[in-house]
Design a protein around this ligand. Structure first.
Ligand code: DX5
Ligand code: ZN
Length: 215
């Protein structure tokens, strides 16, 4: 089953509550929340206070993508704010395992993400501890970028690895996902599609999501 996670980075921040309601009404599975600190990536977005404020607008799981350095310092804050899945970047912490344990310790699902330049091999040792692997298909920081086709081989590699060891975790892709690139990612082994511009920029989010779910 393909899961669709619209990224509210492309939503209207002036009315985030109703944008989150729209995501749920459109048949999405998760709400993808992009947290950026201006250090790990050049952009700054939202913090736990905003996550807490929008929590009451939907029952959908919050898929919180932390693009921040030392994410271990903020696990508690994002857990308290109502996150369901907390994903950290491999490149952003010296303590990947400890941070994943901390997320699980808070009863949340733990995700690990890698940038386009980071090979799959570095996260292979953590696979058994993961609920989700987030493969970036653009360099993180901004919505609306062009999908990097070369990342598809990493999706295939992750899927092969998962099948080989009988591991059951979500493989999510994020960045430049649309009706064409999303299908390529699903064919390569991804089962969660995060997308901002293609979903918030289309005329009918509901029919777009219904189409993507048939990939
Ligand atoms: C990029 C973010 C993505 C972003 C995707 O750094 O992690 O989640 O919102 O936006 P699109 O789908 O427009 O590339
Ligand atoms: Zn994201």
């Amino acid at each position: 089953m393909i899961k669709i996670a619209p990224s509210i980075l492309s939503a209207d921040f002036g009315r985030l509550g109703s944008e989150v309601e729209k995501v749920e009404e459109s048949g999405a599975d998760w709400v993808h929340v992009d947290v950026m600190d201006g250090v790990f990536v050049p952009n700054i977005t939202i913090g736990p206070g905003v996550v807490k404020s929008i929590r009451r607008f939907t029952k959908l799981p919050f898929d919180v993508h932390l693009m921040i350095v030392e994410p271990e310092r903020y696990v508690d804050a994002f857990a308290d704010a109502g996150s369901d899945i907390i994903t950290i970047h491999f490149e952003a912490t010296k303590d990947v395992r400890g941070t994943l344990e901390k997320i699980h310790g808070r009863g949340k699902r733990a995700g690990l993400s890698i940038n386009p330049a980071t090979p799959f091999s570095v996260v292979a040792p953590y696979i058994a501890d993961l609920d989700l692997l987030l493969i970036m298909t653009v360099n993180p920081g901004f919505g609306g970028q062009v999908f990097m086709t070369e990342c598809l081989s990493k999706v295939r590699e992750a899927k092969r690895h998962a099948t080989g060891i009988g591991a059951d975790f979500d493989i999510e892709v994020d960045g430049g996902i649309n009706a064409i690139t999303g299908k390529l990612c699903v064919e390569a082994g991804a089962n969660v599609l995060a997308a901002g511009n293609a979903l918030f920029g289309c005329r009918d989010m509901r029919s777009e999501i219904a189409q993507w779910k048939r990939f």
